[in-house]
Write a protein that binds this ligand. Structure first.
Ligand code: ADP
Length: 379
């Protein structure tokens, strides 16, 4: 009599062999049917959150579905990243974000009110826009968009417009006043007329410098200043820049010195590098009292080239240094304006250096200041 054979262990063994790379398992129809039925059941039991998880994963922002119990039921990766333990599911909104304001708004959304609010998450130093949408099942979809960068950019733009208007107002007012005085009768007096026309010329010059610097900055920032960064010898460029300032230095009784190697191959854009050196020399000459010295030096240091302008001026108070490269920042506003400064020279230096893959810095003390630019060595 044939021995009764149990088809299940046989099918299990055959499938194991197949999955280990063996031949395809022959399954009797009953076992195949059982497999199909089990597959169907698994499909039915698959957690309902799978499609939701897929949907949330498509959002670039933090997104989570909050259940009626006020706890996160499903969350995407950016929302998980907000959780201290890296997993948002199961946490209340307050636990997840530590924002009572958001927790409150979610509570109201659970009662059916959609909301949009902007908030700072405690401890995160970031600004978020939260969209809270009640869902059909009485749950709430929370979307949190990190808008820190765009808010900072908006603030910087507002500050720039305010600062630029403020800077432009002085020369415009002066020109206006001088022209009115001339028209009001001063034209008839040659001495007075000359004085006011000189005033107009001086302030028009200031206006021209301000608008030129502002345009340069906006061109660099918007990428319109087409950088052509390639290997070049910085030494002839440095010599050129020194020559541009020979007359100004002599006029101010300053020694203009150099400490340059025979050759220094850097990766730079020639026009940008020239502008950087010109701005630094211009400042050193402006802010160093007669009898002093201004030195342009260049040297290789590890993988970088350092070009520096040092002076024997009175130095800059330490608390100004971290902000010196900001637009319109002046260490000594009255003196800087008297010298015809726009307050943009160092901001331009910084942006140009960065656009060439470099960086900038300053050291300053009682004996003077040293402004440097670090560029990549070529080759
Ligand atoms: P400005 O057009 O006013 O010179 P910059 O952006 O070039 O603007 O410089 C910002 C400020 O840094 C200046 O107003 C001045 O106070 C200070 N500064 C720059 N270079 C020097 C220097 N070599 N010595 C002393 N102070 C300097």
């Amino acid at each position: 009599m044939a021995r009764f054979r149990n088809p299940v262990p046989e099918a299990v063994e055959a499938l194991r062999i197949e999955l280990a790379g063996g031949p395809r398992a022959e399954l009797i129809p009953e076992v195949q049917l059982l497999a199909d039925l089990l597959g169907g059941r698994a499909e039915r039991l698959r957690p309902k959150e799978e499609p939701e998880r897929e949907l949330l994963a498509a959002f670039p922002d933090a997104a989570a579905v909050i259940g009626k119990d006020g706890r996160v039921r499903v969350a995407n990766v950016p929302a998980d990243a907000l959780a201290a333990g890296g997993r948002a599911a199961g946490m209340t909104v307050l636990e997840l974000t530590r924002s009572a304001e958001l927790a409150d708004a979610v509570q109201r959304a659970l009662e059916g009110t959609a909301r949009k609010l902007e908030l700072q998450l405690p401890g995160a130093h970031r600004t978020f826009v939260a969209h809270l949408t009640p869902l059909l099942r009485g749950e709430v979809l929370v979307l949190l968009r990190d808008v820190t960068q765009s808010r900072e950019a908006e603030r910087a733009r507002r500050d720039l417009v305010a600062n630029a208007s403020h800077e432009l107002r002085t020369p415009v007012t002066a020109i206006h006043g001088a022209a009115e005085t001339l028209l009001g009768g001063a034209l008839g007096d040659p001495d007075q007329a000359r004085r006011f026309v000189e005033m107009i010329a001086r302030h028009a010059d200031r206006l021209a410098r301000l608008t030129r610097d502002l345009l340069d900055l906006s061109r660099i920032e918007s990428g319109q200043w087409a950088m052509n960064v390639a290997p070049l010898d910085a030494v002839p460029l440095a010599v050129n820049a020194l020559e541009l300032y020979a007359a100004a230095a002599a006029e101010r009784r300053l020694r203009l010195e150099r400490s340059l190697p025979a050759r220094l191959l850097v990766r730079a854009d020639p026009r940008a590098l020239e502008q950087v050196l010109v701005n630094l020399l211009d400042n050193a000459i402006k802010y160093t009292p007669a009898g002093g010295a201004v030195t342009l030096s260049a040297q290789a240091e590890e993988q970088s080239a350092i070009l520096a302008v040092s002076d024997t001026g009175q130095g800059i108070d330490r608390h100004h240094l971290p902000r010196l490269f900001e637009r319109f920042y002046r260490a000594d506003a009255g003196r800087a304006r008297d010298q015809g400064g726009t307050g943009l020279g160092l901001a331009i230096v910084k942006h140009l250096a960065q656009a060439q893959g470099g960086s900038v810095g300053v050291e300053s003390g009682a004996g003077g200041s040293r402004f440097w630019v670090r560029l990549r060595l070529a080759g």
